[in-house]
Design a protein around this ligand. Structure first.
Ligand SMILES: Cc1cc2nc3c(=O)[nH]c(=O)nc-3n(C[C@H](O)[C@H](O)[C@H](O)COP(=O)(O)O)c2cc1C
Length: 207
């Protein structure tokens, strides 16, 4: 018997390999107007729920927002709560995404690890989307020092009091192919046993 859930057999999109999805994923902020098919979105959310969670509490909820007015209101909330130093990079593009997924966590199932649980599920979601040719970007739905951001999003989405919004992910087909990412050299960020002791390519640390 196939172990592939029914949801994953439906969209007929051939997924990229995990390596290709990881390497090819970029933040995408411009979307074609084409709708994201329900079956494809279902498949992506089905994968995102496999992310690790503290004590296997599985606290994540995904609110799918397609309504144009609701997407515009989400964009307005993000713009209104944008900190001064990020005002040059407004999240107004949220309003143009065919679909926005709000990743939320149930505090009663989070074992005091709500943010980590939500962030990991969002990472899985972004990779699953990239593997199927969809573009998205991580947008925070909460901010220390500005509880109004999460409160406004929670009110718009009618979240129960014990459910917190963690991230907003606009999703859609990219208007242009993502360009490869310039990364810091691996040697700069990998350390052998202790910080600042370099690992030689393919071998032990440098003397
Ligand atoms: C915690 C976090 C917050 C982010 N907030 C924003 C944001 O407010 N607006 C935005 O356009 N992108 C946001 N991003 C996306 C980053 O800008 C993006 O991941 C980064 O520039 C690296 O580019 P890449 O995703 O294409 O690799 C955020 C990403 C993370 C992880």
């Amino acid at each position: 018997m196939s172990r592939v859930p029914a949801a994953r057999a439906q969209s007929r999109v051939v997924p990229a390999t995990l390596d290709d999805a990881i390497v090819g994923r970029r933040s995408i902020r411009r979307y074609r107007p084409d709708a994201v098919p329900d079956a494809l979105l279902h498949e992506i959310l089905d994968l995102a729920r496999h992310a690790p969670t503290s004590m296997d509490g599985q606290p994540c909820h995904f609110v799918v927002i397609r309504d144009r007015a609701a997407c515009a209101r989400l964009a307005a909330i993000k713009v209104r709560h944008c900190p001064e130093d990020k005002k040059a990079f407004p999240c107004d593009f949220l309003a143009d995404a065919p679909v926005v997924v709000a990743v939320c966590v149930d505090r009663e199932r989070s074992h005091d690890r709500g943010v980590e649980n939500g962030v990991l599920a969002t990472a899985f979601l972004l990779l699953a989307a990239a593997s199927r040719g969809l573009g998205g970007v991580y947008l925070s739905a909460h901010r220390d020092g500005d509880p109004g951001l999460a409160a406004d999003i929670a009110a718009l989405l009618a979240l129960p009091a014990h459910v917190d919004p963690i991230a907003l992910v606009p999703l859609g087909y990219p208007t242009t192919a993502p360009v490869p990412k310039a990364l810091r050299p691996l040697e700069e960020i990998v350390h052998d046993e202790v910080f600042d002791r370099a690992i030689r390519a393919g071998g032990r640390h440098a003397p």
